[in-house]
Design a protein around this ligand. Structure first.
Ligand code: G3P
Ligand code: MG
Length: 251
């Protein structure tokens, strides 16, 4: 355990893509499922429809998580609203609509659930997406007790989010090893911390990040022993798909 004083006002356990394994990921049903299992914080991926509406979707294309095909960002919101985002998962969720940032804000705020909004731009729309998501989040969470944490793998999106809503906290997502210049990036983007891939977290780099005063949240942790190890090293939070075993009652 480190002696870090880093301030992390959020939950220790975060349901990844909502409860994206047991319900269609990144939908209101997934968020509800996470809440029913005691999770008080959700991570979800947000990008823009062609007409600029922030919607929940992980991939650039519709292929994996809906009954449609092609680039989601080429469709208007009214076109996306006609697509089934549930049947691919299971028939219980047939007809699930695309989640919007506005609908997820309404549900999470009404139920005291915190949010990590991952800005996941369609390729080429990094700046526009960072700005639009941050602007809408600032409006939707204006009176919230806890602001959403905005994160992205895209430094362009984070920079745009910082310019659009400087008061919303941000985290830099890293998919691979901790780069040598991580602190320079963190300072430039004025992030609160790093959200890192569990594969690349060692005890030493976790301690270095925390001792430098940054928060550290780790994805995607589905093994309870690894979860316990990361928490013992002082990591602030874990993203999990395994809401039934790595649950708020377990930790
Ligand atoms: O935000 C943590 C995690 O969701 C990042 O990876 O691909 O699941 O969005 P991905
Ligand atoms: Mg994500």
């Amino acid at each position: 355990m480190t002696s870090t004083q880093t301030h992390w006002p959020y939950a220790r356990l975060i349901a990844h893509r909502g409860a994206g394994r047991y319900a269609p990921e990144n939908t209101l049903s997934a968020i509800r499922m996470g809440a029913q299992h005691g999770f008080t914080m959700m991570e979800y991926d947000v990008k823009l429809s062609r007409d600029g509406v922030p919607v929940l979707l992980h991939d650039d294309t519709l292929d994996r998580t809906s009954n449609a095909r092609g680039i989601a960002g080429n469709l208007s919101f009214s076109e996306l609203a006609e697509i089934d985002f549930g049947s691919w998962h299971s028939r219980d969720f047939a007809g699930e609509p695309i989640g919007t940032l506005a609908s997820i804000a309404a549900y999470t705020l009404a139920n005291g659930i915190a949010s990590n909004i991952e800005i996941k731009p369609t390729k080429g729309l990094e700046h526009e997406t960072g700005r639009a998501v941050a602007e809408q989040a600032a409006r939707l969470w204006r009176d919230a007790p806890l602001p959403p944490l905005l994160s992205s793998f895209s430094e362009i999106a984070l920079q745009a989010a910082m310019e659009a809503a400087p008061d919303l906290p941000r985290a830099l997502l890293l998919a691979r090893e901790l780069p040598a210049d991580w602190q320079e990036k963190a300072e430039r983007l004025r992030v609160k911390g790093l959200n890192m891939n569990t594969r690349y977290i060692t005890h030493d780099n976790a301690v270095a990040i925390l001792d430098a005063g940054y928060t550290l949240a780790v994805y995607t942790v589905n093994d309870p022993e690894r979860a316990r190890e990361l928490i013992n090293w002082g990591c602030n939070a874990l993203f999990t798909d395994e809401i039934k075993t790595i649950s708020p009652t377990y930790f």
